[in-house]
Design a protein around this ligand. Structure first.
Ligand code: ATP
Length: 363
């Protein structure tokens, strides 16, 4: 590979109790997070959850209200942005329009006073890595959106930063290009041995790119884990919703034992599994999360969790995606290989281990 790897490999970046308030409004609750060298960490959450605030605190663009940040044990939260030396890639690429691709990528190295031949070598390496060698002489205005985004990435990584911060870098691209650039970013990350913190509200993007995800909800960490951990064992209904558990039902516990919980309400009755660390008892209010692919049409004689009328039926190749409504008006999404038409009444079933039970409030 053209991979001349950065000399200044990050060992560990640590955020301890990092928070940020705007007046009385706490945009980011105290956050503890350790990012190891070479890791790709995604900060995921809906609009307004505090992602950009966290990123800007890390970059040095916003002062912390509390907490500290260390890079390999050295305190850095007191340093201005340029002294932290992080690379940054944003959705508006912020390239110099009057400079060629090569000059854009070389700019930071020149500012640093690095010699001509070393600049040439490093820029060549990085342009090859992001596959822009043939476009080196062009101006940004002559490039596609994806190519411009690759210049922005090249410009950040040519500096060999200990950490690259990316804030929704793909949101200005169309769907096809977004997919292409997603795998490009992953490839560049691996080949260059980058350490990356990537902010997005796109669950699929985060799951496909990151080694670990940090899910934020109203300024607070809901969960930190690998994609598989979050997907299989979401810690709360917010994470579940983000991980594709589209069915979130508010129900009540009828009975509970070591095997699980029987829950019901609003015409729905099913067995579910309380998530780790959550015990439930009869009478508790709970949220039950189920993925559409885990809801099936019940076979003859099988215990049925709910009856619903199919309203919207979408064709997706071998499967239909169905949105159905129960008698009480609640929506249930499911996927099926059966023939279902709008207006059909369907009996639905869910395997107990696929219905995750979260207690709504503390007893
Ligand atoms: P988005 O994806 O929409 O950019 P976000 O998750 O990045 O959202 P932030 O921009 O970090 O969210 O904002 C977190 C919270 O802080 C929001 O409630 C926002 O309204 C508030 N906030 C952000 N900047 C300021 C500011 N300068 N003054 C006051 N409140 C702010």
């Amino acid at each position: 590979s053209p991979g001349h790897r950065p000399d200044s490999q990050l060992g560990e970046l640590r955020l301890s109790g990092v928070s940020r308030a705007y007046g009385a409004h706490i945009a980011l609750q105290p956050l503890d997070l350790t990012i190891r060298g070479g890791e790709f960490v995604a900060l995921l959450g809906p609009s307004g959850c505090g992602k950009t605030t966290a990123l800007n605190c890390l970059a040095g663009l916003l002062p912390l209200t509390t907490g500290e940040i260390t890079l390999d044990g050295r305190r850095i939260d007191t340093l201005p942005p340029e002294k932290r030396g992080f690379g940054m890639v944003f959705q508006n690429y912020a390239l110099f329009p009057h400079l060629t691709v090569r000059a854009n990528v070389a700019f930071g190295l020149k500012m640093r006073g690095i010699g001509k031949s070393e600049i040439r070598r490093r820029v060549d390496d990085v342009l090859q890595l992001v596959r822009l060698t043939e476009h080196a002489h062009k101006h940004p205005g002559q490039l596609s959106g994806g190519q411009q985004q690759r210049v922005a990435i090249a410009r950040a990584i040519v500096m060999e930063p200990p950490l690259v911060l990316m804030d929704e870098p793909l949101s200005n691209l169309d769907a096809a290009l977004r997919l292409e650039m997603r795998s490009e970013i992953r490839r560049i990350h691996q080949e260059f041995g980058l350490t990356t913190l990537y902010v997005t509200h796109d669950q699929e993007e985060a799951l496909s790119l990151a080694d670990r995800l940090v899910v934020l909800h109203t300024g607070r960490v809901s969960q930190i884990g690998t994609p598989a951990e979050l997907y299989e064992r979401p810690a709360d209904p917010h994470v579940a919703a983000f991980m594709g558990y589209r069915n979130l039902l508010e129900l009540e516990v009828v009975s509970a034992d070591a095997e699980g919980a029987l829950v019901e309400g609003r015409g729905v009755r099913l067995r579910g599994t309380p998530v780790a660390g959550c015990t439930v008892a009869a009478g508790d209010r709970v949220s039950v999360a189920v993925r559409p692919e885990d809801v099936r049409t019940a076979g003859p004689g099988e215990e049925c969790a709910a009856e619903a009328v199919a309203e919207i039926v979408e064709y997706h190749g071998r499967q239909l995606h169905v949105e159905a409504r129960t008698r009480t008006g609640d929506r249930i999404h499911f996927k099926t290989g059966d023939q279902v038409r709008p207006g059909d009444t369907v009996a639905l079933a869910v395997r107990p281990e696929r219905a995750l039970v979260f207690r709504v409030e503390a007893r």
